[in-house]
Write a protein that binds this ligand. Sequence first.
Ligand code: FAD
Length: 299
Amino acid sequence: MSTDYTDRPSRRSPDARPDFLVSFEFFPPKTDVMEERFWESIHKLSPLHPRFVSVTYGAGGSTRERTLRMVSRIKSETGVDAAAHLTCVGATREEVDAVVQGYKDAGITRIVALRGDPPEGVGKPFTPHPDGYKDAADLVAGIRRIGDFDISVAAYPERHPQSPSWDAEIDNLKRKLDAGATRAITQMYFDNDDYFRLVDRAQAAGVSAPIVPGIQPIHSFKQISGFAARCGASIPGWVADRFDGLDEDPETHALVASAVAAEQVLELVDQGITEFHFFTLNRSNLVLALARLLGYRPD
Ligand code: FAD
């Protein structure tokens, strides 16, 4: 009996050019050893030609120099478009504008614009700097005044921890896009139903910009559950069960991590999603494997 595979999605075809757009998020390394791993991962992932690679920004500007240095070097060394994150918490408009101008002068054309968290943590009330941008929508408008950047903003499949209601959440997202952002990238989440509900709500409110799922591969269940708790993302019981008892078994942990992330990504593909943002934590292996499932091959 012969089977006709021709109608299968292109992700299953080894010859297909990727129909997908991917971006990879990194954080600026603090030490020489971390910097070595950072560049190793950049050099493994850049031959996939992602839409862009982004580098995070420490709230309050703590990584200002490093973010700029990494983003500039990624662009010049690999040719891949690089996006610099930027937050406005704890800074005056003048200070933030100077960073934006610095990005512009360095030839950076993409910014991921964020409000940032108060130093006390994400759940604590946010008080804007008296001379600062009051939220991310205000920041987007400020960036737009300085240059014609491609701007991404944050979206939250489980709502931002400070959001009083879904209506306020969607209204806030819409304000950021209306102020001049091109797309939203979601916070990490592990249940695709949360993502689809967010997209439905946003579209019902008139949002037409892409809302790109932010995929966090679980390199270390312990570490990622800590991050998730801090940013208000929940880990479904069935995900926790899969990692249960694997703390001392890195090989099985890695295989389960890859299966869990693949399941999440391929379910999104089956629902017609074509853009993905991967949180790499400066590691390449799991993300390389996921990109391969989407049809990406290095040059
Ligand atoms: P905003 O969109 O301004 O607001 C967040 C929430 O506050 C809203 O959902 C809304 O409920 C409420 N809110 C805002 N304005 C108002 C208003 N006027 N009235 C009522 N309610 C309001 N943080 C970093 O420090 N550095 C990074 O590099 C970084 N990168 C990130 C990348 C991605 C993809 C994501 C998803 C998050 C990132 N963050 C980063 C985290 C981000 O800074 C925090 O989640 C922060 O708490 C909110 O930022 P925001 O841009 O979503 O803020």
